[in-house]
Write a protein that binds this ligand. Structure first.
Ligand SMILES: CC(C)(COP(=O)(O)OP(=O)(O)OC[C@H]1O[C@@H](n2cnc3c(N)ncnc32)[C@H](O)[C@@H]1OP(=O)(O)O)[C@@H](O)C(=O)NCCC(=O)NCCS
Length: 200
């Protein structure tokens, strides 16, 4: 493997945004799905790299960023940062959608306005959480495992005893990957599948 995992740098931000979109449809390409391709990364990538860069790592293949793992060691504190810092920064760009939402885009923008959705009692014993994504060219070669190992160690060093992920039930490949790495189901109401893993 020539690609290496290294800490995130601000110059990686555009590549992280691109990878988030290209893997944003249950692992497949979500380019063009919404009125702006920034929507998914503004929700699921930007706040992590901007607010928790110390928990962000990229897969660098000869100077090209082809994957990442991003997250937080403390989901409750992160929800507070989203409320205090991220929502004010993005609210002008994404007006509050109507209730009930008119479609998928409204549902997603609604998430921006509800950072406290992350405060799920059933997940409290797994205070860290992450997002891991690789471009198709670099999937299936052990890099996903390497990224999870890196994040796991960083979360442990930051004091988190365990971590969780939320996965679309449509993303069969990711579900198989997480199971292989030892993640186990955490029962939580709702459509997403939640999985947990100790950090050590
Ligand atoms: C899901 C993803 C992160 C996995 O990373 P990857 O680099 O493809 O996976 P790896 O090659 O590191 O696989 C690690 C191990 O899991 C196994 N594995 C991977 N996918 C599997 C599957 N669907 N079923 C069973 N085992 C699987 C591998 O065989 C490997 O086993 P080993 O280490 O014991 O040999 C990557 O495919 C990806 O980015 N997909 C698109 C985006 C995505 O879906 N992200 C997750 C959103 S929740």
């Amino acid at each position: 493997m020539s690609a290496v995992v290294r800490p995130y740098r601000p110059a990686d931000r555009a590549a992280v945004y691109e990878i988030c979109v290209r893997t944003g449809d249950a692992g497949g390409d979500a380019t063009g799905h919404f009125s702006t391709d920034d929507l998914l990364p503004d929700l699921f990538a930007g706040p992590y790299v901007d607010l928790q860069p110390e928990l962000a790592f990229v897969l660098d293949d000869g100077g090209q960023v082809v994957g990442y793992v991003i997250g937080t060691a403390d989901t409750a504190a992160f929800a507070g940062l989203l409320r205090a810092e991220w929502l004010p920064r993005l609210a002008g760009r994404y007006p509050r959608p109507p209730d009930p939402p008119r479609g998928r885009e409204d549902e997603l923008v609604g998430l921006l306005y509800r950072p406290e959705r992350l405060l799920v009692p059933e997940l409290a014993a797994h205070p860290a959480h992450l997002h891991v994504d690789l471009l198709p060219s670099h999937q299936g070669a052990g890099h996903g495992r390497a990224l999870i190992d890196t994040f796991r160690a960083a979360a442990a060093a930051a004091g988190a005893p365990a971590l969780h992920v939320g996965v679309s039930p449509d993303n069969r490949r990711a579900l198989g990957f997480y199971a292989r790495l030892g993640f186990t189901p955490i029962p939580v109401a709702g459509r997403a599948v939640h999985l947990g893993l100790p950090t050590s």
